[in-house]
Design a protein around this ligand. Sequence first.
Ligand code: GLY
Length: 341
Amino acid sequence: ISTLLSDVPEGQLFVLTDTNSAEHCLPLFVDFIGDIPYHLLTLEAGEKNKNLESVQLVWNFLLKHRATREAVLINLGGGMITDLGGFAAATYMRGIRFVNIPTTLLAMVDASSGGKTGIDYQGVKNVIGTFTPPVSTLINPVFLRTLPTDELLSGFAEMLKHALIASQEEWVKLLQLLDEELPHNQFVETLNDTGALQASIAIKEKVVSQDPHEAGLRKILNFGHTVGHAIESAALERNALPHGYCVLWGMVAEVYLSVVKLGCPREVLQQLTQVMLQYYGRPQCDCNQREQLIQRMYQDKKNSANRTPNFTLLRAVGEPKINQYVSEQDIDEALEYLFSL
Ligand code: GLY
């Protein structure tokens, strides 16, 4: 990190944390950067704060300390901080450099790389944002030790997603890892030592490098998210649910659709359903909301005008198919399956 920051002028280093990462991760970060001085802003933790007001707090902070185009913003936190801080940096003075230091598993394997920045707006997840890559994403698994089990599981859901779109081999490896290590403390060490963490990040980076602006291929990374985002957005009005849990529930519904529409082997649905029941539990969502959830799916960024919602589905593990337009009746059936478990 000190190499990365060597050309930052005095007074031009800014660090963004939330109340959680300030408490648990900032002390470790301070150990890494030694006596390099920086300005610190801490936002209230929680997805409900990933909004325009928080972005204004970051802009005000940068203005107050006279950040110039030479400034660097370090986003030290989970996906909320890397998404929001990235957006604030991408828009301040038409763009200043930012570095992501993800502190959650979810942010390490997904949010912090690939250049998507943004905020939630009018109850719609990530609807305002930019594609702006960080100067660098620095990953240190030591931060994973600060996380409770539900946070680890939330990130692990995105790893399961990467495995499902990548290959049967990755999928089986993760299922075994889950069986052997959770809920033991060893889980974090195993993620790192077995290379599962690195493999998951590599899957994402390979896809992003081929299609950084999501013209086509990158949509495979949205597997599970058409339904997942609808569940998450609906919950946002009451209490935020962990993103990865919503993605996991979304994947169950979307594997169901994959079986029905593309002939994906039923075994995959059974395996994923089993993971859900054993580790994630049933969807924390009102099962009478099916119609409302379907309406929310029309707000998904993958959609085209005048079409039913757009899904990424699986022909099999490792064979994702983008741009699958599914009828409301089929979606309703998939939700019925999910809520019947
Ligand atoms: N989280 C999916 C993507 O970055 O495209």
